[in-house]
Design a protein around this ligand. Structure first.
Ligand code: GLN
Length: 483
């Protein structure tokens, strides 16, 4: 069921929350067995469902998401529920508070049933960097589900929940959505609060939603977005009305879409290029005009991102030193420095250690201007390219990733190849604009292919409208994968 259907069944008492949540937990366990989608499944969710049922029988007012089971990525703090960020260093961390996004979902009546598997601290594109085991793609379990929000994408693709939260620093919501045939939405930077979200690269991080229906996406955004005084980068007065606007347009008449030339040719698989062409035709059929547009600096996106993100990560991750709240390796008698070195050396995985080293190097005296400073200048040039293009186009469009989900282990020995695959997605984070991946078709071997759309900052609603129009005019859009 979609979230909309669940809420209406709960409100009309056709279904009790307890029944529904117990079904969701049961399914989560099956999906866990097959695909390792979760780090923690929370059986206590049943108690929350019972509380909701009592509220219903007392005739109390119910929220927008009454009884909807949700899955939350394991780098988003959930009160009294373990939050590991996919790392051994936080294996025993139980947050004493909820992230604002979780707080708001729960206030609207949603029930968190599980915390999703992910690449450690969000660093990765395949879920292979999780300290809790590799997650598998339900379309083909010999393939990766994408990352870093791979577990969230699996939970939605298999129908455990109608939507899940992920985080997107360079594509971690959109790329797994593309690999699992779901919708992945990264809002404008500052649209959703980052309070209580484990920081990876703070100037790029944004919470995002993975869903199977555009209306559900709107429901989730409606429940979560509005200014949060606990996050200094949270946008004030955006007044976006997701639910009201999502279905307010029926076609794409007078909409102009720019196909980014540099990202829509060589480097993409034939399957992806085929779906890109079909999408263009479908958009034109719905009334849009689609033209090719050149954004000359996008080719430097990866170089800029893979300096800015590790630089910020090296600073953000300094707090995990075994002294205050992370796990510790070593005895007190060994002294502070030894404990810190052992803790960080043994409890961070190899990719995280590598990124801390790269980031520290890029920020170090003598290299700062050459690496980090230059990456920031390039970031600005890319933002200028987008601003210029948005003077003429409502949306810009690229594939979400250059190829379909690859085999587990296929790219682990070639980190550069894996980084390069983020070429389409990192741009939205560098620029701070909203972007969405829509499931537009399948490859010859029946693997899902996502196409990405960018909109100008604060035009988040227009991406949901676009998604809804395409969904309404497609058959089998974001299907549930049979398990
Ligand atoms: N794959 C990118 C990285 O490894 C993006 C990750 C993310 O968005 N969290 O940094």
């Amino acid at each position: 069921m979609t979230a909309h259907e669940i809420v209406s069944k709960i409100k009309s008492k056709k279904l009790s929350a307890e029944e529904l949540i117990s079904q969701a937990l049961k399914k989560a366990k099956i999906v866990q067995e097959k695909y390792n989608a979760f780090i923690t499944i929370d059986d206590k969710a049943i108690n929350k469902a019972k509380e909701l049922d009592t509220k219903i029988s007392n005739g109390e007012e119910l929220g927008l998401l009454a009884g909807v089971p949700v899955v939350v990525k394991d780098n988003i703090c959930s009160k009294d529920l373990r939050t590991t960020a996919g790392s051994k260093i936080l294996e025993t961390f139980i947050p004493p508070y909820n992230a604002t996004v979780v707080e708001r979902l729960e206030a609207a009546g949603a029930i968190v049933i599980a915390k999703a598997n992910m690449d450690e601290f969000g660093m990765g594109s395949s879920n292979e960097n999780s300290a809790y085991g590799i997650a598998k793609n339900p379309w083909d379990s010999s393939r990766v589900p994408g990352g870093s929000s791979g577990g969230s994408a699996i939970a939605v693709a298999t129908g455990v929940v109608p939507f899940a939260l992920g985080t997107d620093t360079g594509g971690s919501v959109r790329q797994p959505a593309s690999f699992t045939g779901t919708i992945g939405f990264k809002p404008t930077y500052g649209q959703l609060s980052r309070f209580g979200v484990v920081a990876y690269a703070s100037s790029l991080d944004q919470v995002g939603v993975i869903a199977r229906s555009s209306q559900d996406l709107a429901l989730a955004m409606e429940a979560m977005s509005s200014h949060d005084k606990n996050d200094s980068t949270s946008i004030k007065n955006t007044n976006l009305e997701f639910l009201k606007s999502v279905a307010s347009k029926k076609d794409l008449t007078s909409i102009k879409i720019g196909l980014i030339k540099e990202l829509c040719n060589e480097g993409n698989s034939d399957d992806v290029l085929g779906i890109l062409q079909e999408t263009q035709k479908q958009l034109e059929g719905l009334g849009a005009s689609v033209e090719t547009v050149s954004l000359e600096n996008v080719r430097y996106g990866i170089a800029s991102y893979y300096l800015v993100a590790p630089a910020e990560a090296s600073s953000n991750l300094a707090r995990y030193d075994g002294m205050i709240y992370s796990n510790r390796v070593g005895e007190n008698s060994e002294g502070q420095i030894d404990i810190m070195m052992k803790t960080r050396g043994e409890l961070f995985g190899p990719e995280v250690r590598k990124r801390i080293l790269m980031g520290s190097y890029a920020l170090s005296a003598g290299y700062y201007d050459a690496f980090y400073g230059k990456a920031l200048k390039v970031r600005k040039l890319i933002a200028n390219d987008f601003a210029r293009a948005f003077e003429s186009y409502d949306f810009l469009m690229t594939p979400t990733t250059p190829s379909v989900a690859y085999k587990i282990g296929e790219k682990t020995d070639d980190p550069l190849a894996m980084y390069l695959d983020d070429i389409d997605t990192v741009l939205a984070n560098l620029v701070g604009i909203p972007a969405i991946s829509l499931p537009m078709g399948q490859s010859k071997d029946n693997l899902p292919i996502g196409i990405q759309f960018f909109a100008p900052a604060l035009k988040d609603e227009t991406l949901l409208q676009l998604s809804n129009i395409i969904e309404q005019n497609s058959t089998n859009f974001a299907p549930i994968v049979k398990i």
